[in-house]
Design a protein around this ligand. Structure first.
Ligand code: PDD
Length: 285
């Protein structure tokens, strides 16, 4: 079965789906995106993802290309046409097509919209959660507005590649104060020796993950203590547990950081319980 993409009003086989070479997403990475988990063919936390999309677009002064309800129809249609049971739907909106000039294109230039969806391998995801994953640390070198979910991801790409080359799943950015900001495509968490769950406050220095928001709810429901504060890499090295969160990975225990075991080197109880509980708190549409 050939995969189907939505591109500016049309559903096309992936091989035939294309954008103009003067699309500002292609030339300037002038656009935003969202990734939503698909489970049992349904979108998880669509409403929160759409709210964050509206925020990213408005911060960059890109117009909403269609109503949220029309966008929802497209997202569900792409999921349906690709027969996604468990996987992701990807949405990208750019400032549109215009002769190359750094400044914004003429008023009325239509934003470009692309939607794709695909299945992920549930068995290998579950195995990763059972085994835990490794992370490495890299210096924070991104711009000061990573709370906007922009497609401008070059530092994230390089960080992820560095992780791959060192046999790790993820790279954690560490700022000038020695504090972890987040992963290259996930939020970062630790559990202290006295059982407090710690994650960085959602300011301009991290993406406010939708999974993070739902995990905070799950933490409260489980009666765990949450501290939204910066934590250093050193504190992470001495933590009882660590984990990462993202739409496609849900909650994934971290068992080593820079080659040093976290806690006893096995997935922690808190991370595993939050993963188990996650979908009780997430919303299905
Ligand atoms: N990444 N931080 C960064 C830098 C991210 O790229 C992501 C998500 C997150 C977690 O956000 P959420 O819980 O809303 O997925 C945090 C997506 C999945 C990606 O780029 O594929």
């Amino acid at each position: 079965m050939s995969r189907i993409a939505y591109v500016n009003g049309r559903y096309l086989p992936l091989a035939a789906a294309s954008v103009n070479i003067e699309d500002r997403g292609y030339q300037f990475s002038d656009g935003v995106y969202e990734v939503c988990e698909v489970r049992g063919g349904r979108l998880i936390d669509e409403c929160l993802h759409m709210k964050r999309l509206a925020f990213s677009l408005s911060e960059l002064r890109i117009g909403m290309p269609m109503s949220l309800s029309a966008l929802s129809v497209v997202l569900h249609e792409v999921v349906r046409r690709n027969r996604v049971r468990w996987g992701i739907v990807y949405l990208q909106i750019t400032r549109g097509v215009s002769r190359r000039d750094h400044a914004f294109p003429p008023a009325g230039t239509a934003p470009s919209v692309v939607v794709t969806a695909r299945n992920l391998d549930l068995a290998s995801a579950e195995k990763m959660a059972t085994d835990g994953v490794s992370v490495i640390s890299v210096p924070e070198n991104r711009w000061a507005r990573v709370d906007i979910k922009s497609v401008s991801l070059l530092p994230n790409v390089l960080a992820k590649q560095a992780a791959r080359e060192q046999g790790a799943r993820e790279a954690w950015f560490v700022d000038r104060d020695g504090c972890v900001t987040e992963g290259s495509s996930s939020n970062a968490w630790i559990v202290t020796r006295d059982g407090k769950v710690v994650t960085r406050p959602a300011d301009h220095a991290i993406l406010k993950g939708i999974t993070r928001t739902v995990v905070i709810e799950a933490i409260a429901a489980q009666g765990l203590k949450l501290e939204e504060r910066a934590f250093t890499l050193e504190e992470a090295h001495g933590a009882r547990e660590a984990f990462i969160t993202s739409a496609s990975q849900i909650v994934l225990p971290v068992v080593s950081i820079d080659g040093r075991p976290v806690g006893n080197g096995a997935p922690g109880l808190v991370a595993s319980a939050l993963r188990r509980d996650f979908h009780r708190h997430a919303k299905t549409s």
